[in-house]
Design a protein around this ligand. Structure first.
Ligand SMILES: [Mg+2]
Length: 348
């Protein structure tokens, strides 16, 4: 399996999981079963107007993360200084804010809407689907609207919502050769909007899991590597415990329904990561794992998205059902952004 294949599969898998879960994001398991039957939702719902399965803010922001990485990489190469979070990803997230609110926090940022040098193949702002409001997270909207960039040292708030972790898979893909760096950058990227340690450390952990999967480790080995690096950061206990619980429950005889409810609902970052990881460990089949990841009381699209990121990076495109791949919204843009991210990785 080529690394380019894994880049593509992780992004596409995340989008499919997001789309599968978005239909039932705000439904309790009982309500999901009442509507879709005892097995819950098992197939993508197609929008009657576009004929596509709609992605949500999770995939929209993941695409802005990937585009921001490319932006930052090019600027840092040109200038010789900078950081991924501050030299492209923050700017890319302000563009995301613009897609959702039609405004930027300051007119000083108007230039962000102009074509940029890294967009030689066209701007992602040309895609109207990215401007649709798909239940965007309030923490992301208010943090980015504040005209301040959050960092781990200067937290912007005390939020540990899953809006940080659900968007950082591209960091793990891009920086997979250096898992410690992947952790740090993904945590910095999440801290732009989420100031609670569990909010940004969960993001660091996911990036390492994705990175180590690209390095050929299996999901358990990749999680062990993530926990080793996580322990070097202050205030890691809550995130570490969530990961330990996911691994322990996946190897226990506990039924998935009970196991997932023990891990939480996924509205907060460490729970979203733990549920996603549990489903990827418990069920090796791509389709069954994603179905497991979205049929619960909690934040189904984010757990579906993160689980899909992990499964794709683990197994590659050959396990992604062709029908689902063809039905998901913005499939071509996802492939194009993945390909551009891979091209930059090759130039590193
Ligand atoms: Mg969402």
């Amino acid at each position: 399996m080529s690394k380019k294949d894994l880049f593509m599969a992780s992004l596409l898998g995340g989008a499919i999981g997001d789309a599968l879960g978005y239909t039932v994001e705000f439904m309790k398991l009982d309500e999901i079963k009442a509507k879709f039957g005892e097995d819950g939702i098992t197939d993508l719902e197609l929008n009657p107007y576009s004929g596509k399965a709609l992605i949500s803010d999770d995939t929209q922001m993941t695409l802005f993360t990937a585009d921001g990485l490319i932006w930052a990489f090019d600027r840092m190469r040109e200038r010789g200084i900078g950081s991924y979070a501050g030299s492209g990803i923050y700017q890319s997230y302000l563009r995301w804010l613009y897609t959702q609110t039609k405004s930027l926090p300051d007119e000083h940022y108007d230039w962000l809407l102009d074509p940029q040098p890294h967009e030689d193949k066209g701007s992602i702002l040309a895609h109207k689907e990215l401007f649709s409001a798909r239940a965007p997270g309030n923490t992301c909207l208010s943090a980015l609207g504040s005209n301040k960039m959050g960092t781990m040292e200067r937290p912007i708030n005390d939020s540990k919502g899953c809006g940080g972790v659900m968007r950082v898979a591209p960091v793990g893909l891009f920086l997979h050769r250096n898992p410690e760096q992947a952790f740090k950058v993904a945590a910095e990227v999440a801290a732009i909007t989420h100031g609670h340690p569990s909010g940004y450390l969960s993001s660091g952990a996911l990036a390492v899991i994705i990175a180590e999967l690209l390095n050929g480790k299996n999901i358990t080995e990749s999680t062990n590597s993530a926990m080793m690096i996580l322990k070097e950061y202050p205030q890691h206990d809550e995130t570490l415990k969530a990961l330990e619980n996911a691994i322990q429950l996946a190897s226990s005889g506990e039924s998935p329904e009970i196991a997932i409810s023990k891990l939480g609902q996924g509205w907060v970052a460490e729970e979203a990561l733990a549920i996603s990881l549990y489903c990827a460990l418990k069920e090796p089949d791509f389709k069954k794992a994603l179905i497991l990841a979205v049929n619960h009381d909690g934040d189904s699209d984010s757990t579906g998205a993160i689980c899909g990121n992990i499964l794709g990076a683990s197994y590659g495109l050959e396990v992604v059902p062709e029908q689902w791949a063809n039905q998901v919204e913005l499939k071509e843009l996802i492939a194009e952004v993945g390909s551009r991210l891979y091209d930059r990785y090759m130039k590193m």
